[in-house]
Design a protein around this ligand. Structure first.
Ligand SMILES: [Zn+2]
Length: 104
C-alpha cells in the first residue's frame, strides 16, 4: 500500500504520523485512519520505509549498538530521525504498517 509520513506539532507534539494514501495519490492530514509513531525506538522501523538500514551487515536493527561501525543505538535513532525529516510528505510503497493502518 502507499503511505506517507508527516509531522504536525499541532496534532502530535513529538513524533510522526503515518497516513495511507488513496488510489488517487492523495492523503489528508489529521484524518483517520492514521498511526501515531511517538517512541524513539519506533523511528527505526518507520525510517526503514524510506530505505533506512541501521547496519548494512544486519548485525543490529538499531535497538542495540552496531558492532561493525561502532554506532550506538542513539546514533542510529538520530539517523532515522534525519531520514524521516528529509522525507516528510514523500509517498512510498510499503506494507510494513498495512495491518496496523487497517486496524486504526
Ligand atoms: Zn553492524
Amino acid at each position: 500500500m502507499k503511505i506517507v509520513v508527516d509531522h504536525d506539532s499541532g496534532y502530535v507534539p513529538v513524533g510522526y504520523i503515518l497516513y495511507p494514501v488513496d488510489d488517487n495519490g492523495e492523503w489528508y492530514p489529521r484524518t483517520h485512519p492514521n498511526l501515531l509513531i511517538e517512541s524513539d525506538w519506533d523511528y527505526l522501523l518507520l525510517a526503514s520505509i524510506y530505505g533506512y538500514v541501521p547496519c548494512t551487515n544486519g548485525c543490529t536493527d538499531g535497538s542495540v549498538d552496531c558492532r561493525c561501525t561502532g554506532k550506538t543505538s542513539t546514533d542510529m535513532i538520530a539517523e532515522a530521525i534525519e531520514i524521516l525529516n528529509t522525507n516528510l510528505g514523500v509517498i512510498v510503497e510499503s506494507d510494513i504498517y498495512a495491518y496496523q493502518l487497517r486496524e486504526a
